[in-house]
Design a protein around this ligand. Structure first.
Ligand code: S3P
Length: 432
């Protein structure tokens, strides 16, 4: 696709799809609970559909009714051995969460994925699961994974890598494990799994201390289904928010956006950059924080962000880097190590593509430095995405200010935001 510059700003009400992280969990947790769960506003993107297909292949009954997805759960041990290998496409969340869940089942499974997912590290989930006696064979630390379902041993695990996917995989494994598993993390990661498990009646206790969080969970306790309203995704909103901020004459409203404090670093960063953003109607739904957001065009200032904020906004750096490119002063984003193992090496691609757009930027170790200019000379208008949806969408936004950019392999956008192009064009963008 090619994204072009715009002159009239980004205006109106943005239709943002349901949150991706919560959507995955809205399939996984009801599938192993007892009772019927009606899910409203679930994200129907490729990643989430891979999770859904996995559970259908394991015998879970699923219906669709009036745009709601209905899952008929039959308890912790109701899943059946799938006939084939489970294909998870591009979805790292499906891979890590399912590895945990499947390691404590009574059957064996093989997980496979697309080229990009097959390059991503899986030892980060198999290693801590091995401490629970899981039997997982990786292929040199990557997919395909052979998971031999077995009775796991409860234990105490301290998370070495800040990752909600790892934490959630362990929590799902411990649900079917006798006794008390305890997981401690010394950096904050998104807590959607803990929130949903608590609502479904899990015996889970979360204790937050000053510099660490301890989660204790007692397994072999059946869960009870509840209906779920999936809020809209802040990570998907971020592309529209930045497009409105960096283009003059914009006024954008986004409704029903998830504003979970373990995930809202992007809004905190924009606040530091002086963004004209109002968070309105703060409320709770299914114990998740929700708000509406109003955004006005802003001459942003640059900012320095430390590594502590990286865990709260890891998915938003590609688009924040675009925002920083149009600020009135330089920005430094520190501690971006985890960006290297996402759907692509995002740190490398942010730098490479910003340089193609004429932005002066560099990385030192895992820190990113951006020096904005008043006018950019585009060196190459072909953007390399390595099939990474967030790099593709971020550079669609970049084009709104600097002129035509050809976004290679933009099909990846379907993994998280199938209607991105139409929605962007509806609000004043120009993508063809
Ligand atoms: C996710 C956790 C994050 C995030 C990903 C979704 C989740 O990954 O980048 O897009 O749903 O748990 P890590 O846990 O690897 O940081």
């Amino acid at each position: 696709m090619i994204s072009y510059s715009i002159s009239k700003g980004i205006n109106g009400y943005a239709n943002i799809p349901g949150d991706k992280s919560i959507s995955h969990r809205s399939i996984i947790i009801p599938s192993i609970s007892n009772g019927v769960c009606e899910i409203n506003n679930i994200l129907k993107s490729e990643d989430v559909l891979h999770t859904l297909n996995a559970f259908k292949a394991m015998g879970v009954k699923v219906e669709e009714n009036n745009k709601k997805l209905i899952i008929f759960g039959n308890g912790l041990n109701s899943l059946k051995k799938p006939k084939n290998k489970i294909y998870l496409g591009n979805s790292g969340t499906s891979a890590r969460l399912l590895t945990g869940l499947l390691s404590s089942q009574k059957f064996d499974t093989i997980l496979i994925g697309d080229n990009s997912l097959s390059k991503r590290p899986m030892k980060r989930i198999s290693d801590p699961l091995n401490k629970m006696n899981a039997r997982i064979k990786t292929s040199n630390g990557k997919l395909p994974l052979k998971i031999e379902g077995s009775e796991l041993k409860c234990t105490k695990i301290s998370l070495k890598i800040p990752s909600a996917q790892i934490k959630s995989g362990l929590l799902l494994a411990s649900l079917n494990t006798k006794g008390e598993t305890s997981i401690s993390e010394n950096k904050i990661t998104r807590d959607h799994t803990e929130i949903m498990l608590e609502a479904f009646g899990a015996k889970i206790e979360v204790r937050k201390n000053e510099d660490n969080k301890l989660i204790k969970i007692i397994g072999k306790n059946e869960l009870v289904s509840k209906n779920i309203d999936v809020p809209n995704d802040l990570s998907s909103s971020a592309f529209f928010i930045v497009a409105a901020l960096i283009n003059n004459n914009s006024k954008l409203i986004l409704k029903n956006i998830n504003n979970n404090p373990t995930r809202n670093g992007f809004l905190l960063a924009l606040e530091k950059m002086g963004a004209k953003i109002k968070l309105l109607n703060n409320r709770k739904s299914n114990n998740e924080n929700i708000c509406d957001i109003e955004v006005l065009s802003t001459n942003l200032n640059g900012c320095e962000l430390g590594p502590e904020i990286a865990d709260l906004m890891i998915d938003e750096y590609p688009i924040l880097a675009v925002a920083a490119s149009f600020a009135s002063s330089p920005s430094i984003f520190r501690g971006l190590k985890e960006l290297r193992v996402k759907e692509s090496d995002r740190l490398k691609l942010i730098m490479l593509n910003l340089q193609k757009c004429g932005v002066d930027c560099k990385t030192e170790n895992d820190d990113l430095f951006i020096y904005p200019s008043k006018k950019y000379e585009v060196n190459s208008n072909i953007i390399q995405t390595d099939f990474d949806h967030r790099i593709a969408m971020a550079f669609c936004v970049m084009a709104t200010r600097i002129g035509a950019l050809k976004i290679n392999d933009s099909d990846s956008i379907k993994t998280s935001f199938p209607n991105f192009k139409n929605e962007f064009n509806k609000l004043g963008g120009r993508i063809i």
